[in-house]
Design a protein around this ligand. Sequence first.
Ligand code: 3BY
Ligand code: FES
Ligand code: FE
Length: 413
Amino acid sequence: MKASNGVRELLAARRTGHSLDAQFYTSQEIFDLDMEAIFGRHWIYVGVEPDIPEPGDYFTVKLGRASVVVLRNDDMELRAFHNVCRHRGAQLCNAHKGSVGNLVCPYHQWTYDLSGKLIYAEHMGEDFDPSGRGLKRVHVESVAGLIFVCLAENPPEDFARMRETMARYIGPHQLADCKIAVQDEIVEAGNWKLVMENNRECYHCVSNHPELTISLYEYGFGYQPSPSNIEQVQAFRDLTEREHARWEAAGLKSAEIDELDSCVTGFRTKRLPLDKAGESQTMDAKVACQKLLGNFGERNLGGLSFWTQPNSWHHFMSDHIVTFTVLPIGPDQTLVRTKWLVHKDAVEGRDYDPAKLTAVWRATNQQDRELVEMSQRGVADPAYEPGPYSPYTEELVEKFANWYVGRLKAAVE
Ligand code: 3BY
Ligand code: FES
Ligand code: FE
């Protein structure tokens, strides 16, 4: 992969334990490289199986300049294709979501079945052979209901490890039996890496997230005991140990796994105790949906968190799931899509109130958007220079930066 000497020098000069150089957040060249080397070669979280529950349901997603259509075929399997007609290249599906029998190009009605095969093309003559004109496949996989795609011809093979590990953790929450109750989209005026770095620490939580910190302990996010909070960190660790024993005995995987910077398909998971009522990430820490997920009878299951490189994080509780995907738009623009899921048989107004379900993360997302946007303004200022990460609270930010720099280096070498 091509990269200018300037970019190679920046990569070589990256100082560990420090935030990235400004160009990583502002340059068009590095943005294009990110889209090719990171979003073009790794497993990217794009949606959930409940986005496309029935045969013929599809959604489209933009990864850099590539548009991908993800669909469910007649055999209920997931398929993904490049969203480009094999005739003269028109974009095939032009809506964000829909339901079709076949994929019909709006331009000249070339028609593809749900396996991507070209089954109809009028006026192409006797000699025309449709067999080599099927849609181009994109790799697609489900991790217990979370849909990932990979644009690379040969995707990272260690995805299987994440899929199998996470199936055991997420499985009992039965994501495939959920429905999307609410979906939000925010376009943030910041580079995608600032969005991710902000997600990887809770250093900012107490002073910025009054709603989130009702239920969420900041200590769950890669905190190391420091001289000023050694007791609180220890108390949280003791609580976690007790709760993990209880949850594991009930068959719920809870122990931390951290492969954020040790795998190509980097991820981390841990079931985290919640504060107060301990049930859910809501304004009173109680469930927001009376109909619990899966076969759960118990409300106090904490929050199973799952973080992936490069672009997602998820929280699974006893009553609902909240899932986030980060999709870069430009060097200083990023789409953050949030979905709140409840059991598919839960009835709005009876079992849940969408306003209560979304209150915490709606507020938190807006606060995080402001933090990302002020970071973007700051790193674009000539006075910015990379600053040091806290060894006690920003370990996971460092892991994100290390993973990112490592993957970019691997791609340009
Ligand atoms: O959702 C997360 O994973 C974290 C919690 C702390 C900061 N960030 C919003
Ligand atoms: Fe699709 Fe012509 S471009 S049918
Ligand atoms: Fe935040």
